[in-house]
Write a protein that binds this ligand. Structure first.
Ligand code: 13P
Length: 335
């Protein structure tokens, strides 16, 4: 029987990870402008088709996170994207948050919206074939934030979303993203990530969420993008695992990583280092990158279908390297 536990375990299958292809129209539009492609709905559809029809994608990808507009969309031959993925044994995952707005009274901080009609939306997505849902909360690091009030509010919202998703037999992928951009050092990133994840699990427990049927989507713990001394992969791994040991209950089946604006190479190197020291820990760990997987494919494609095979090879190569990283077998000479 299909349970949230069995779906979570297929998402965390050995050697596989999740492709986060759920950029909003605004985000993917900016990515398209960067490769001189008109950010139209049809170009977004063509691009997603290119990704999902990559030969052998199912060897490395257990699930794909989709945006609302994509779950309703079809490939050029008329097959629904959801059915295309299901046909390859890939779990369709739906992004269900409605993005962030300013947290009034808390300069520099944001809150995520989308709870009001969530039950109805999740029910519809389930009927379309989705079996997991993702919700992203955003925590910026500044001198005076994140504040306790912001962390409490966003984590309670994440817990409420997770409870609603589970009540519709969907696996919640719970994403409290501590943002990489900024001038903070490694210790500050660790302190904030530990605090956020600790509060998150308090709220998940309070809201009676079944921890055996959720997946945590975490940032790697690393110094901010503008901090002069960037964290090497070994230190990222030690700090990230220390954070999980402090904050994440053993009952959880697994943790997936976002790439957060790091280069694809650095994301893979960090995944490799984390995998190497994950032995004996209770959680399966894997990737759930967007930019870390898609950037080379976008650059190879540039909107031109004669580049389609080249772009698909670029995606498949990134997936292969990340799959090797899950066994600690990646090194930079492979790039
Ligand atoms: P990045 O890997 O580009 O950070 O995106 C992952 C994601 O799903 C953000 O919500």
């Amino acid at each position: 029987m299909e349970t949230i536990q069995s779906i979570a375990s297929s998402l965390l299958a050995d050697g596989k990870g999740v492709l986060a292809a759920d950029q909003s129209a605004g985000t993917i539009g900016r990515q398209m402008e960067a490769i001189d492609v008109e950010p139209s709905a049809e170009n977004r559809r063509r691009y997603r088709e290119l990704l999902f029809t990559t030969p052998d994608i199912e060897k490395y990808v257990s699930g794909v996170i989709l945006h609302d507009s994509t779950i309703r969309n079809t490939a050029s031959d008329g097959i629904a994207f959801v059915d295309l993925l299901l046909g390859k044994g890939i779990v369709p995952i739906i992004k269900v948050d409605k993005g962030t707005v300013e947290h009034q009274g808390f300069p520099g901080e944001v809150v995520t919206q989308g709870l009001d009609d969530l039950g109805e939306r999740v029910e519809e997505y389930y009927s379309m074939g989705a079996r997991a849902a993702k919700w992203r909360a955003v925590f910026n690091i500044g001198k005076d934030y994140p504040t306790d009030a912001n962390i409490e509010l966003d984590c309670l919202t994440l817990a409420r979303y997770a409870a609603i998703a589970q009540s519709h037999n969907m696996v919640p992928i719970v994403e409290p993203e501590v943002i990489f951009k900024g001038g903070h050092d490694l210790a500050r990133a660790e302190e904030v990530t530990t605090r956020v994840q600790t509060v998150l699990f308090e709220k998940l427990n309070e809201q009676r969420v079944d921890l055996t049927g959720i997946i945590l989507k975490s940032n790697f713990v690393l110094a901010g993008s503008e901090y002069p001394e960037q964290t090497n992969a070994e230190d990222v791994a030690v700090t990230t695992i220390r954070t999980f040991k402090e904050a994440v209950p053993e009952a959880l089946p697994g943790i997936v990583f976002l790439s957060g604006g790091q280069t694809p190479e650095r994301s893979t190197a960090n995944l490799n280092a984390v995998s190497k020291i994950n032995e004996g820990l209770p959680w399966k760990l894997t990737f759930s990158f967007s930019r870390g997987l898609e950037k080379p494919a976008q650059e190879a494609w540039r909107g031109d279908d004669t580049n389609k095979a080249k772009a698909q090879r670029a995606l498949a190569e990134r997936l292969r390297l990340n799959s090797l990283a899950l066994r600690g077998e990646y090194n930079e000479e492979m790039e």
